[in-house]
Ligand binder design. Structure first.
Ligand code: NAP
Ligand code: SF4
Length: 678
């Protein structure tokens, strides 16, 4: 069969070494770095990705000295003793025909500890620590520390290093006047400000010789005021090439930038135009990145000449076999990263080990390999409910050799995913459903839709065990007027595509309340040029790159489709429980569309004029055309009692077991673990 992704699988010849394809697994801090037994766990994690066929892997960031720590006691490489520990990782990758570079990351003023340093004593808006300004000799010592780290990486068996020069970390801070007020040879003119990274690359090349990969991650668009200008980006790229870099990787936006760069709401490949601008300016491969999650998109970017290589990070958490499946023309079988950040970045920001919402095995390879080894007897299993929990259980249990029948009363698989996929910025759930559908087919799961399960059906199927994954029902409001026709549950709104009036009140500001507001305000993203243009304009990104940092002076201010008031009873910030790394995006999106967010009230009654609330003892009417109820859910599990009474062994999982604080991450994880324990 002809290979569908020809461009992606063209090798990259670096002279002294050849990369087997054009995909680089981008750097991700997983938290395994600091875990007990972390080196063995990282070996399993990276080894599995190398086996999955990726051309080149870059590790999570490793500090070259303790002031460069991202947080206290995070991973650093400063001694031969530690370098030798890395050999288990590099061996696992090399044994699986892979190549791996260690990323050297000095966090600069983003270091979350009191010893952080920076070009100048200027605190970042996202850290509570003020950095100490490096002296000139301190700068030179830091350069030597980068070189020592690269030498130790070579000792540890790495094929090269990536110098982290983007995302607002130390090197980036030297490049721009906003954070570099120095008066020595490392401050002032651009020639002086870029001296720091150039000296780092030159010194590493001199010390380590020609046969060692040096990747430089260059911030091509800072997305902060007073960021680098485009001519500065081009100058730096050329100088970095001259200094001895083999590959330039793209960095998009500082961490303090207020533009989403990797969340689901970012259209696929929305920033590859930045790398494209640099194509032709240098003679080494350019890697593009951010929200590229399918082989189709990756191949298209290379085919269109927007970059020489593609970096994907989270897609390899979601599916270690991404490249092998693409190579075998089985992209339909790829478990696609949905850009949610819920189990990866959100975990890391909470000092937990990363994993993946759609693939709980990620970063737990050692644990799951142990579970897999346990002997098990093949059983006949009936799964009731094809939402996230039922799907994940059926996929894993059938892979482990059980005979699985999956039944759902609805006409399609997916449960609540079918609602989520209609929300602007959640379109990637279509991919998760496609993945599950393909997996169930390949694993020969007997899927029966439009089927209501009762005791008779269960008895006629005669399973060894039943898994109840029947999900949830929306909580009803219990106030006067809640049954009026203009009061709609989120479930009906989304599943029946009900049209609502101009003025809308949303009761409940959890994940679903926010989702409903987005659904009413914005069209789903179609992954085309128009969507990308409108996303960039909406978030104030200047694609003509007139100013340093590429931000527009004035932002888009088109009038919203609906006037929305979002309410919760508790005091405090609305959306406080949304994802750590994405909550701000949801809040900012709604704020830009004029959504009023009010907390600390109680609901009195509903009349045809609107909702009566009581705030601080005062009754008032919020006039509106419709009220959407997003007041949480209750478990739907009435099957359990009759199975128990009939002495049929059963397990209850997901929302059917516990509706409060349940999300797809918890449901899929619980279901996957159950599949191993049956
Ligand atoms: P939720 O996050 O628990 O929010 C329920 C909302 O309803 C709260 O704002 C709560 O606030 C309100 N509420 C609870 N009982 C009420 C009552 N009796 N009357 C009126 N209001 C009531 O649940 P959800 O929004 O339904 O989401 C379900 C799950 O999916 C959650 O775990 C959520 O994290 C997850 N999810 C996450 C996202 C995301 O992260 N983007 C998106 C969708 C869903 P008050 O009690 O203060 O009024
Ligand atoms: Fe992608 Fe979400 Fe998995 Fe992170 S948790 S890798 S964003 S699917």
């Amino acid at each position: 069969m002809e290979q569908s992704f020809k461009k992606l699988f063209q090798p990259v010849d670096l002279g002294f070494t050849v990369l087997k394809n054009r995909v680089l697994m981008g750097s991700m801090h997983t938290g395994l770095e600091e875990e007990k037994g972390g080196y063995d766990k990282m070996a399993a994690f990276y080894g599995e990705r190398a086996k999955g066929g990726v051309g080149l892997i870059v590790t999570g960031g490793v500090a070259p000295n303790f002031s460069g720590w991202v947080s206290p006691f995070s991973i650093k490489l400063t001694s031969k003793r530690v370098a030798r520990k890395h050999k288990v990782i590099t061996k696992a990758v090399h044994e699986n025909d892979g190549k791996i570079c260690l990323q050297i990351l000095h966090s600069g003023r983003y270091g979350y500890h009191p010893f952080c340093v920076a070009p100048s004593k200027i605190k970042s808006p996202i850290s509570r620590f003020t950095p100490r300004a490096l002296s000139t000799s301190g700068v030179k010592k830091t350069i030597r520390d980068f070189v020592r780290c690269a030498k130790l990486a070579q000792l540890g068996g790495y094929d090269g290093v990536e110098i982290m020069g983007s995302e607002g970390y130390l090197i980036n801070e030297f490049l721009v006047t906003k954070t570099n007020k120095r008066t020595d040879e490392y401050g002032g003119s651009y020639e002086n400000r870029m001296r720091f990274p150039i000296e780092i690359v030159k010194a590493i090349r001199e010390e380590l010789g020609e046969n060692f990969i040096i990747i430089y991650r260059l911030s091509m668009i800072d997305l902060v005021d007073e960021g680098s200008t485009w001519p500065e980006v081009v100058t730096l790229a050329k100088e970095i090439e001259k200094a001895g870099t083999n590959i330039i990787n793209t960095g998009i936006g500082w961490h303090e930038a207020r533009v989403p760069t990797i969340a689901t709401s970012v259209p696929r490949g929305a920033f590859s135009w930045v790398t494209e601008r640099l194509m032709g300016e240098v003679n080494i491969p350019l890697v593009t990145t951010n929200r590229i999650n399918t082989p189709e998109k990756a191949n298209e970017i290379i085919e269109n000449g927007h970059a020489d290589m593609i970096s994907m990070a989270r897609p390899f958490l979601a599916d270690a076999d991404f490249m092998n499946k693409a190579k075998d023309n089985k992209s339909n079988e790829i478990n696609t990263c949905i850009g949610c950040n819920q189990a990866c970045l959100d975990h890391v920001f909470k000092q937990q080990t990363a994993s993946c919402l759609v693939n709980p095995r990620a970063c737990r390879e050692v644990e799951f390999d142990e579970l897999e080894k346990k002997s098990r007897k093949s059983k006949k299993l009936l799964v009731v409910g094809a939402g996230p929990a039922g799907l994940a259980f059926s996929a894993e249990a059938s892979r482990l050799g059980h005979d699985v029948t999956l039944v759902d009363k609805s006409s399609e698989i997916g449960g609540q995913f079918n609602l989520a996929k209609k929300v602007a910025g959640k379109e990637e759930f279509h991919e998760t459903l496609r993945y599950f559908s393909e997996t169930l087919k390949n694993n020969k799961v007997d899927v029966r839709l439009n089927t209501q399960v009762d005791l008779d059906l269960v008895q006629s199927l005669n399973p060894d065990e039943v898994i109840i994954s029947t999900g949830v029902v929306p909580r009803q409001l219990k106030i006067e007027g809640a049954d009026l026709p203009h009061v709609i549950s989120y479930y009906d709104l989304l599943s029946k595509d009900i049209k609502v009036g101009k003025n809308v009140v949303i009761i409940g500001a959890g994940g679903i309340g926010f989702d409903v507001a987005e659904y009413l305000l914005h069209d789903p993203i179609s992954y085309n040029e128009e969507s990308t243009k409108s996303f960039l304009k909406n978030w104030g990104v200047d694609t003509s790159y007139k100013n340093g940092g590429a931000l527009l002076k004035s932002k888009d201010s088109s009038s919203p489709r609906h006037h929305i008031t979002l309410l919760q009873r508790k005091e405090g910030k609305l959306g406080a429980n949304l994802g750590k790394t994405t909550g701000w995006i949801h809040r900012a999106t709604l704020k830009k569309s004029g959504v009023k967010m009010i907390g600390g009230l109680s609901y009195e009654k509903i009349t045809k004029e609107g909702l009566w609330v009581n705030k601080k003892g005062k009754s008032e009417l919020i006039p509106c055309d419709n009220i959407i109820v997003c007041a949480g859910q209750l478990p739907l599990n009435n099957l359990k009692t009759c199975l128990d009474e009939a002495h049929i062994k059963n397990h209850i999982i997901g929302g059917a077991r516990k509706a409060a604080e349940l999300d797809a991450k918890a449901a899929i994880e619980e279901a996957t673990y159950l599949a191993f324990s049956i």
